[in-house]
Design a protein around this ligand. Structure first.
Ligand SMILES: [Fe+2]
Length: 927
């Protein structure tokens, strides 16, 4: 690591000393005589015209960054004309990001603001020194200055516009450590950065803002932005202490009131808005959160209760937006809203159109060709679609001269690489280690497998799989020998589903088993399914559970039964993947850590700076999920087998299994028994399935993240005392556990936060979950799940059974294709599901990938040179990981990711183009 640091020191100028560069032409302006301490309303009257002898500066127009023409450097003079004795000229350049297109209302507001600006109701700034005044003991402040060129630049082209404000301060002003911004316009603006240049000894100071600045009507006290220099709370310069505390207090709010869209208050609430009891009984859902149904907390919105249940929060239905703090919204200025716009278009327009277009007669797929046609001919949408939707939903093509659309899906990779791969057992096994749910496979250590559910209710806990079922499949080994040689593995969804099966199977069109699948690790490193157990609940409490054990087929009938069994396993797996591993274990569990970070750690806290890119857009996508995906009768309920018990299934996992200390990759692999500790191995563990693409590639990224976080933590925390005495850091972690994860706060496994090592471990886990883990679970959803027969999200029929239903069995024998297709989701469920997972698998054009997104804009993310260098090492490690991953995908010895028609495993390859690419690791959970 040290060698790498040296190597990279010379690659880029450290951020703190980097000067913004002019990128295009320059033009010259003059400093006005100092007027900045006037009240804005007086400026118009007292301003003099610039004289030829004015101080010449190079200033920016439009998107260019300004800098002073000459650098005095001695603190006494700037750029030619000396300021009055004892004074120093200072200029602030604000980079404001603008919308590409304004609607009429916004254009009018823009004109009004320009006029308003001319009469002095503009944007005012004030610099706050890091010093306090020796006599008053208050922070030294500059006096107010208004942005003077807002109205002139109204018509300037470009995404970014740079405005300037000028100050004259005492030569002993000290270093500007904060800028107060008051927006007295009619509408908010997005402030990307402020660069403060001066002849002060501190030189240029950078403020990375990236925030919406509300009007003083909404935020009477204005905003504060801190320079990019990180400070632990105890090291906060005296001039900034008070405003550091006040800013955090404002962000926490007082826990009351209905949140307005423009607010930026971070607070907690339970998931009490998923149901809508006012719409009827079928829309009632339990509140997730509390001792009975434990759950992480979500962002509080403060909406009033429903009419029929005081404990349920009323819903905000589409197209209205659910509150998230203002800076958490998808940024429409940078096409960050691209995906949310697309998701909204799918949910609000496409799905209703699908419902209208798919008639009852075509509810079931008539043959496999019918499924294939979704990618060839497409599906004609009968409802009229508005013009802009054809751009928003790429799957929909306009039918010539009509407002109707043809919905033609992209062929999912699982089909385009090898149309028949999904039928094979080796592919079924491969997907357990290189698919979209590669985190459920465990080593089998007890045979037969045993349920941990209460036998009083669910009957004898032992599985019905016997040695006889599998002994012929073990290359001559006995079951015990195969277990001893670490050759047997299991995907066990039994205990997740069993408690809910009665309720699921009572729903019309839903049929599920609680499944177990045993795999044998072959000599070439692939996994072969050797037994599938399909269980149903006992008919009476404590009675045996009816179950079927399937083994690899030997004739036509058993082949079809085996295929149906695998479909039920895949369906179980799809539900666990979506509800537990994807939603709960990444999206939902991160939210409290993010809320607490904003509430308890200042923007100038080094750990907040570290976490910042890993928190981007998560609150917003989670809010969107509450509104349309995980809500009562939302997409998840309607497309996945568990339906209305979805929330309870994920809560049960949270209560019984989720442990923060085991969510890091090595700990998770050890818990599942698929790895063993081994100090001789590069990552300290040895994988029992050597060719385990998710784990192989994940360990590369885990190690890169771990090294980066550790080196960063070392910069600020030399010993345990600094960790223990950091009130903000301790407040963040304490609140994440005791408020955000309050239902599990008494669990003994929460890792302590007492040493730098503890801190690095906690942060590594969070960064891992937000980036690589989420990417592995998210971006393959369409490429692998978009072909529904491969991974049906729901099943509608149990296996055919001559004893249970002779007529149905006869129908199965007569037309097994049809039986299989009728057991899968119908056309409407399948097409709905495909449209949604297509969007969920899409990278937006403004995605920020692991190792990126730190040095955007005029102001570097940190003023700490050592942190910048450490990050460059991380960037290099991530690139190296990507090269290694590319190499592995070309290695024919790795049969789980390379071979005839085999999909390469790229879900943990860090970079990606926009769109559905089945690769790319964004920094944060943003979809
Ligand atoms: Fe996601």
């Amino acid at each position: 690591m040290a060698a790498s640091c040296r190597e990279f020191t010379g690659l880029a100028r450290p951020a703190a000393t980097r000067q913004p560069q002019l990128r295009r032409s320059r033009n010259e302006l003059c400093f006005w005589p100092p007027l900045e301490q006037q009240e804005p309303g007086q400026q118009g009257r007292r301003r003099k015209k610039p004289a030829g002898r004015g101080v010449t500066v190079v200033a920016a127009v439009s998107e260019e960054l300004p800098r002073l023409a000459s650098t005095a450097g001695n603190g006494a003079a700037v750029a030619g004309r000396p300021p009055p004795p004892g004074k120093v000229a200072v200029r602030a350049a604000l980079t404001v990001r603008r919308k590409h297109k304004e609607d009429l209302k916004e254009a009018v507001a823009g004109h009004l603001d320009a006029l308003w600006d001319m009469v002095g109701r503009g944007v005012a700034l004030e610099l706050v020194s890091t010093k306090i005044h020796p006599r008053t003991k208050k922070p030294v402040q500059s006096g107010r200055a208004s942005i003077k060129d807002w109205s002139q630049k109204r018509g300037a082209k470009g995404e970014n516009v740079v405005y300037t404000a000028e100050f004259t301060v005492d030569a002993d002003f000290g270093e500007p450590g904060a800028v107060l911004v008051a927006n007295r316009h009619h509408r908010e603006f997005f402030l990307e950065s402020i660069v403060v240049e001066s002849g002060l000894p501190c030189g240029t100071v950078y403020f990375a803002c990236n925030s919406w600045v509300q009007t003083t009507g909404e935020l009477p006290d204005g905003r504060v932005f801190f320079s990019n220099k990180p400070y632990l709370p105890s090291q906060t310069p005296p001039g900034l202490r008070e405003i550091r505390d006040k800013e955090l207090k404002d962000l926490r709010g007082d826990g009351t009131g209905v949140r307005k869209i423009s607010d930026r208050i971070y607070d907690y609430a339970m998931y009490d808005d998923l149901g809508n009891p006012d719409r009827g009984k079928e829309f009632i859902r339990p509140i997730l959160g509390g001792q009975k149904i434990p759950y992480p907390r979500r962002c509080r919105t403060g909406r009033p209760p429903t009419d029929t249940n005081m404990l349920s929060e009323s819903r905000v239905e589409k197209p209205h937006r659910i509150y998230v703090p203002r800076d958490e919204t998808f940024e429409e200025l940078k096409q960050g809203a691209f995906i949310s716009g697309r998701l909204r278009a799918v949910l609000h327009t496409l799905i209703p159109s699908l419902i209208a277009s798919v008639s009852a007669e075509t509810h079931n797929f008539q043959g496999f060709h019918h499924v294939d046609n979704l990618y060839k001919e497409g599906l004609r949408l009968k409802l009229g679609l508005q013009e802009h939707l054809f751009q928003k939903i790429p799957l929909v093509q306009k039918i010539q001269e009509s407002s109707e659309g043809m919905l033609r899906y992209d062929t999912p990779s699982i089909l385009s690489k090898d149309k028949f791969a999904w039928l094979r057992d080796d592919e079924f096994g491969r997907q357990t280690v290189a698919g979209i749910n590669p985190v459920s496979i465990e080593r089998l250590t007890v045979f037969p497998p045993v349920s941990k559910l209460d036998p009083e209710i669910y009957g004898p806990p032992k599985s019905s799989i016997t040695e006889l079922h599998i002994s012929g499949q073990l290359n001559g080994l006995t079951v015990q020998e195969a277990m001893d040689k670490e050759k047997l593995f299991i995907v066990d969804h039994h205990d997740v589903y069993m408690p809910f099966l009665d309720r699921i199977n009572a729903i019309q069109g839903r049929k599920a088993y609680a499944t177990r699948t045993i795999f044998f690790l072959t000599q070439v490193g692939t996994l072969k399914p050797i037994a599938i157990e399909l269980c149903l609940p006992p008919s009476q409490s404590g009675e045996p559970r009816p179950s079927k054990v399937l083994t690899p087929p030997s004739d036509a009938t058993s082949n079809w039964i085996w295929m149906l069994g695998k479909a039920h396993v895949s369906s179980n797996d799809a539900g666990v993947h979506q509800l537990v591993n994807h939603w709960l274990r990444t999206h939902a569990i991160m939210e409290p850590f993010i809320l607490a970070a904003h509430r308890r750690m200042s923007a100038m806290h080094p750990i907040f700076k570290l976490l910042h890119p890993h928190m981007r857009y998560t609150l917003e996508i989670n809010a969107l999920a509450r509104q349309s995906l995980i809500n009562a009768e939302g997409v998840i309920e309607s497309c996945f087998t568990p339906g209305p018990v979805s929330g309870e299934i994920s809560s049960a996992y949270y209560r019984n299994h989720w442990r923060f200390d085991l969510e890091g990759l090595p700990a998770d692999l050890l818990r599942r028994g698929v790895a063993k500790e081994d100090a001789t191995q590069p990552h300290g563990i040895r994988l029992l399935i050597e060719d385990y693409p998710y784990a192989n590639d994940g360990l590369l990224l885990w190690s890169a993240i771990g090294s980066w976080v550790e080196s960063y933590v070392q910069l600020y925390y030399p010993d345990a005392g600094t960790v223990q005495n950091d009130d903000e850091l301790q407040g963040w972690y304490h609140e994440s556990i005791h408020v955000g994860h309050a239902d599990l706060q008494d669990a003994p496994w929460w890792p302590p936060l007492s040493t730098p090592r503890d801190l690095a471990a906690i942060l590594t886990t969070l960064v891992w979950l937000a980036s690589a883990q989420h990417a592995a679970l998210n971006f393959g959803q369409y490429p692998l799940g978009g072909y529904v027969p491969n991974r049906p999200p729901l099943m509608r029929r149990l296996l055919p059974d001559p004893e249970r239903d002779a007529a149905e069995y006869a129908m199965f024998l007569a037309d097994p294709h049809r039986f299989f297709l009728n057991a899968m989701p119908g056309v409407l469920e399948a097409t709905k599901f495909m449209a949604v997972v297509d969007t969920l698998s899409t990278h937006s054009p403004d995605e920020e990938y692991l190792g990126e997104g730190r040095d955007e804009g005029a102001a570097p993310w940190t003023g700490d040179e050592e942190a910048v260098v450490a990050h460059l090492v991380f960037v290099a490690d991530v690139r190296q990981a990507e090269e290694t991953i590319d190499g592995r995908n070309a290695d024919h010895g790795r049969r789980n990711r390379c071979g005839a028609g085999v999909l390469p495993y790229e879900l943990l390859a860090p970079s990606s183009a926009p769109g559905v690419t089945c690769r790319g690791v964004p920094n944060s959970i943003s979809i």
